[in-house]
Design a protein around this ligand. Structure first.
Ligand code: SAM
Length: 194
């Protein structure tokens, strides 16, 4: 989907994904893992920045990226209002060069927002934006929908796409927003040493 498509959705307020709060699965993950080193984290397709602020609150050096100018503007406004520090940048995650390589990359409803035929590009981008020893944390949306966005996926597809380059550290059905209960799968992957 183009930048214009997403920007129009913000401009017209057609933002059904917007829950006004970070991913419950991410909130629980960060609370359960206070021991993790607080490195840099990239959140592509960050929307209005709830997940970016959750990482910032937990002490990470958090950067949000989005293809829609309204998303990064709203993210900056909300982050300032919350008194938090995080960076936001306009970027096409699939095709732009990363401004730096990150220790972590957090996925939450970007994989299901792009066209399914762009998923090879998505996996290449994750590898490009992550450090060689980086970690990929994903709250995946396991729905059957073929006419998205959101476009569905399965655990089998995720395993097929990521297991060649990543070792699975943890897999859990996370706490979800009420209308996504039982439809999400949290996968924590660590990049394989090469
Ligand atoms: C379904 S929304 C999810 C937003 C946020 N992750 C959330 O869960 O609230 C998808 C977001 O990805 C952004 N997006 C779509 N394609 C993108 C791309 N190629 N690069 C960066 N952002 C993209 C859209 O503008 C939109 O903000």
């Amino acid at each position: 989907m183009s930048r214009e498509y997403w920007e129009t959705r913000y401009q017209t307020g057609d933002m059904r994904w917007e829950k006004g709060a970070p991913s419950p699965g991410l909130v629980d993950f960060l609370a359960a893992h206070p021991e993790l080193p607080r490195g840099s984290v990239c959140i592509p397709g960050c929307g209005t920045g709830h997940d970016v602020r959750e990482f910032a609150r937990a002490g990470f050096d958090a950067s949000g990226f989005d293809i829609a100018p309204s998303a990064t503007r709203l993210s900056e406004e909300k982050t300032r209002a919350a008194g938090l520090k995080a960076k936001f940048q306009l970027a096409d995650f699939l095709h732009d060069e990363p401004p730096q390589k990150f220790d972590w990359l957090f996925e939450h409803t970007l994989f299901c927002a792009i066209q399914p035929q762009e998923r090879d590009d998505y996996v290449r981008a994750v590898l490009k934006w992550l450090k060689p020893d980086g970690q990929y944390l994903a709250v995946n949306y396991l729905i059957p929908d073929e006419d998205g966005p959101p476009f569905g996926t399965t655990r089998d597809e995720l395993w097929r796409r990521f297991s060649a380059e990543f070792n699975l550290v943890e897999e859990v059905v996370p706490r979800s927003y009420p209308n996504r209960t039982g439809l999400e799968l949290l996968l924590w992957w660590r990049r394989k040493a090469r």
